[in-house]
Design a protein around this ligand. Structure first.
Ligand code: GUN
Length: 300
């Protein structure tokens, strides 16, 4: 079997187009422009790339983008003061503090100082609790993107066996909660799971979010399963020339694609969906803040 490739790049473009349409209507009918504030502390190169990309796409869908770049040695109280200012700014509907933060800053404290209604990452403890109890919340962007693609591919997910490999707060745990909410039978597998290969082989839906290059191979995959690869790992690619690298997922693409029914590629799968869902979350937060109907199909 050769798997259907789930085109996350095209899917994300479609989400952005829908968001842009809603943003245009909000402006025309309500004179409201959604605004997203992104806070970057320090100069981590990968974070700088993400933040630039977020700012660019925010503007492209017609939203206001507010970027706050702080020095790596910024004091915690100064960061908290900025978040307080953004919490109270009516032009800001979404706030994202780029992670990881420099070591001297308490990540939990910082995230939990964001107004939960503006927490477009869905990392605030209130949003985590709301999601865990099946209530309306802000949903973390990467798992939301995965869910959108899964719903699109399968229609109903009810009764399917889902295995999420990885137990991070950013992806694994919220992904498991979302799949449970869609009535999957959910297992979270991780580095200590016994017979992990056999556990994965039971999955109708296999979500890989471990951050280990090409860890999951085709012999871990149930024939016909849907494989969602969240990993983005840079590895050496001597075949491309000396010192060259390439991006791979947590799944070994070629062997998994031979067995799976459908699979997301890396790059071009889950990756582009994350920022698209951040924009969708900002729009949702803006609609909620203004007591307006939320856009359909852009939330969990
Ligand atoms: N760093 C890596 N992924 C993310 C994310 O989804 N949100 C934030 N705030 N930081 C990140």
């Amino acid at each position: 079997m050769t798997a259907t490739i789930i085109d996350g790049k095209a899917f994300a473009a479609n989400v952005r187009e829908k968001v842009a349409g809603h943003v245009a209507r909000l402006k025309e009918e309500n004179d409201i422009t959604p605004g997203l504030a992104v806070v970057l502390v320090g100069e981590d190169p990968a974070s700088q790339v993400y933040v630039r990309s977020k700012g660019k796409q925010t503007v492209e869908v017609g939203m206001n983008s507010f970027e706050h770049k702080l020095d790596a040695d910024t004091a915690e109280e100064d960061l908290l003061a900025l978040i307080d200012q953004l919490n109270n700014d009516p032009a800001v509907h979404g706030i994202l503090v780029q992670l990881p933060l420099p070591g001297h800053l308490n990540e939990d404290l910082v995230i939990n100082s964001i107004d939960p209604a503006k927490d477009v990452d869905g990392f605030h403890i209130s949003n985590v609790g709301l999601l865990g109890t099946g209530q309306k919340s802000m949903v973390p962007c990467t798992p939301l993107g995965c869910l959108m693609m899964l719903r699109d591919h399968h229609g109903s997910l009810s009764g399917l066996n889902a295995v999420v490999v990885g137990r991070s707060n950013i992806v694994g745990k919220p992904m498991a909660n979302l799949l449970l909410r869609d009535s999957c039978t959910v297992t979270i597998a991780h580095s200590r799971t016994k017979d992990i290969e056999e556990v994965c082989k039971q999955a109708d839906i296999l979500v890989a979010a471990v951050g280990r290059a090409e860890m999951i191979t085709g012999d871990w995959v149930k024939p016909g399963a849907t494989v969602i690869d969240v990993g983005i790992n840079r590895i050496d690619a001597p075949e491309k020339g000396e010192g060259k690298t390439r991006l791979v997922g947590d799944c070994h693409f070629d062997s998994c694609a031979e067995v799976a029914g459908a699979i997301t590629p890396v790059p071009g799968g889950v990756g582009p969906m994350t920022i698209a869902c951040l924009l969708a979350n900002t729009l949702t937060a803006c609609c909620r803040a203004n007591g307006l109907t939320e856009p359909e199909g852009l939330t969990a």
